[in-house]
Design a protein around this ligand. Sequence first.
Ligand code: LLP
Length: 409
Amino acid sequence: MFLSNDTVFKLKEKYGTPLYVYSESILRQRCREMKNLLPNKKFRVNYSAKANTNLEILKIIREEGLDVDAMSPGEIYIEQLAGFDSSQIFYISNNVSAEEMRFAIDRNILVSVDSLSQLEMYGQINPGGKVAVRFNPGKGAGHHEKVITAGKKTKFGIQKELIPQVKAIAEKYNLTLAGINQHIGSLFLDWRDYIDGVCSFLEIAKEFPNLSFLDLGGGFGVPYKPGESRLDLERLGKELDIVLTKFLGEYPKKDIIFKIEPGRYIVAECGVLLGSVNSVKKSFDTTYIGTDIGFNVLARPVMYDSYHEMEIVKKSAGNNGTNKDARIKATIVGNICESGDILARDREIQTAEVGDMLIVYTAGAYGYSMSSNYNCRLRPAEVLIDLNGEDRLIRKRDTLESLVQNFPA
Ligand code: LLP
């Protein structure tokens, strides 16, 4: 943990809670690990910005030499603000309107389409242009069915049986197929899942002998539970290198670039979420620790039953007669008016009192980016701990005024 207990309370005093706090040093470390995945290949890392689109985080990732992918004009807009050049942005579109496609084309940003009808749309908007196509390699992986993005049961990508149609549409509009991409799903911790997906994908790639790049997708997991082993990146890198070297031996275009799209791996572990304990009660058989971290602040536990490690930080350092290390089983909840607003059910955790704080770990990915104003709650502030250990506000908390700013006067 990059924050001492003292700092946790100081940050609360200075910025309030709930508060996302990020470590610049861990963020840079994770960027470097990913960049080193394939040292012997023409290789680029596209950070998948949906995991965390804070402007300052994006700037650091750019400084580390990563490119980015985008899922919407909004992400493109903010990535350009962060200083990414058009050539560094890859728009992986999904069911977009012609206007959204044009938004990227007008900015010289490469678009990936993921259906035949969207390829037609692209051809009509930008005949003679360069495009990428997302394929579904047929088998996915991930921590929850909602985040498995390949295989027979997902909306993403084009199946390989439709390759002749892809070629026909490309020819009809004189399109150059610059690259193909895939993404099998989010959060695998076994390198074999990724290699399996890549192998099926490379078979598809062989059908297109003149590609400039192959984008193998993201999904690299991080451990959320104590004791869970890390993804073996070194092994994954080695196995990937073997598979790609073999592919290059058979593929005509030897200068093809390989890309990956990690989101979570880059930002998950550099972020923690700080909350306040506002109530503790026993109701029937359950002890509830009531905090200000509702599912508007962190949606993952409610949306995917995701586990986040948590810890209570005692305000009174145990000098009020309670044993600060005593543990209980409690259900940790937020302040949203829904009974499903549960961060952790029946979790073994330290005893808590009003005024204590709650730390939620591994909250840097899909935390703030999935937060909302539900119940007219204010989205939290974000703070960066820089390389000198100084804290800096990198996003203000919403205000009551910001809740109403979009109502016409
Ligand atoms: N590329 C594409 C096309 C994607 O759809 C995604 C994530 C990524 C890359 C990055 O995946 P990552 O490396 O972060 O696993 N909200 C969920 C995760 C949804 C991921 C959606 N797509 C969660 O909180 O677990």
